[in-house]
Write a protein that binds this ligand. Sequence first.
Ligand code: 6R9
Length: 675
Amino acid sequence: MSQSTAEVSEAEIAVHWQEENYVNPPDRFVAQANLTDKTVFDRFSLDNVPDCFKEYAELLHWYRPWDVTLDTSNPPFWRWFVGGRINVSYNCVDRHLAKHKNKTALHFVPEPEQEAIQHVTFQELYVRVNEVAALLRDGCGLKKGDRVTLHMPMVPELPITMLACARLGVIHSQVFSGFSGKATSDRIVDSESRVLITMDAYHRGGQLLDHKEKADVAVSEAEKEGVKVEKVLVWQRYPGRYSSETPLVGGRDFVMNEMLSAYRRRRVDPVEMPAEDPLFLMYTSGTTGRPKGCQHSTGGYLSYVAGTSRYIQDIHPEDVYWCMADIGWITGHSYIVYGPLALAASSVVYEGLPTYPDAGRPWRIAEELDVNIFHTSPTAIRALRRAGPDEPLKYNHHFKHMTTVGEPIEPAVWKWYYEVVGKGEAVIVDTWWQTENGGFLCSTVPALYPMKPGSAGPGVPGIHPIIYDEAGAEIPPRSGRAGNICIQNPWPGSFQTIWKDPDRFVQQYYARYCKDRSSRNWRDWPYMAGDGALQAADGYYRILGRIDDVINVAGHRLGTKEIESASLLVEEIAEAAVVPARDEIKGKVPDLYVSLKPGLAPSEDIRKRVEDSVVREIGAIARPRRVVIVPDMPKTRSGKIMRRVLGAISNNEDAGDISTLANPEIVDEIRKMKF
Ligand code: 6R9
């Protein structure tokens, strides 16, 4: 872990992460669990890959069964369930009508507490998905393989739109609603979307935010890059009332709710999709300035999220399941929309923030809807713990199962989650995985393993991790030594490629530890996750943080290069470097160091413009904790910025060996600056 912005140092681990005691799952949980049969690990052994994953595919309805479970003819572009035909919308909606027509598919909790919770049954979901699909097909001319960018907040219209796209085989690319118009435009351009679907406004933290204004920026910026968005479809947060200050552009902008009246009760046959056709793109930050579009498949992806939702999330059709993530992130795609709905669960979609108007909100929602499976991130848990440590005990909610995802969770925070949020009644799974992976990679199987606070757990069934050192040698299993965690085998949830950039897909994830480039045997192609990890003697993995130029802020990935590029748009800036700084709530936050072009003097105005540029280019989530204008960057003699040294300054740590710096005096000079 010698790279520039490695998030967690060995010393830090030693201080913060002591070995913890095991906690057993409650008997009541085990008695009802979907997976209690230990032979699952034999069935899903390395030798049984790929056939073991048929078990997941068999949870779904296929129009035509597959001929080949795994095609390895073009490594590492693995192809799953080849020859099979399937539709995701049919599997998440239509097939549940026979038994669950009147059951709630989506509970929508608006932010204003005086607004009633909406309960969308599977029958209503079916009707609405069909109407939207008819509009997209017949009103917009969209067809299988076309891309559509969605920039939608957390409302039921988002999963409805996604499922309508899936019904047609249209590839959706949902952009997190907190991202800026410019960030949306980058994703429109890369995916060449002709249609943008958005909403006029949404609630967050007590405000009704104008969201449509971002669409105007997105469309005009995309046009500058040569991509013309022909239609902007605008959902109304309040049907019948347009809640944006931004005018609708004639001939381009259309109100969805009005257009839909022409498609009342229309039915659209689900398109029988080849298993390997893409279902969606999800852009994520990488090591370069441009986010990459992770392309996910139809059959393999849905099989994997259905299987892991059943066995790791322990979802039964009668459960009320609430994942607090945003659907704009992979967690929301896999574990709010596709996984739970494939299993006919009732899934909660909520608008707003967990801590607004107060830290009792999640527990009120859980009590009211009788949520029994709860899924959130360490950042949300830390924030809720700080804002209302005793709040959960005031409410009559009871969880059987709780999940944490997105970042490492400190044992003390885990304990609060277990004892106070879960009241000691719930099992917890700490799930490690990434946008690229589609679904969980490491976690305990909840009824089969004890929990260990602070550790994700072993690979989930069918996932076989391995840790390599920098030189490419395998670190002995269960040795407690840190290295780069990889997965030895393919699995059906994995992304298929980076949209329009297959070389980067191979380079970034497979090239480093590939044993033989000419081999068609998947055993020669371990997948490199880009995280540091160690495996303890008990077989549990502890994830240590990113080994590359990515910062995990509140469980969301930000590329340091993206932030640096945004700051370099300010004319006065000569150089920029972003490093992760520790934060009590968010885990990590970006600190941005910039230097000015020769002859210029630092000013508050420049500092402010840099900050604004980052927010405009990426979104408020990327706002640096600090923007520090430094007289010079700490540099090696060859001119490389030593980000490691800046990281040490940000975290008040010893900068270690600075003898290779060309300008070692700058370290003290920056430390003395008042930020
Ligand atoms: C699902 C998701 C992926 C990165 C990943 C790792 C970190 C995720 C974690 C975790 C420790 C966990 N990460 N889960 N670290 N423990 N349980 O978060 O996807 O947004 O792509 O982020 O998040 O560093 O590489 P994504």
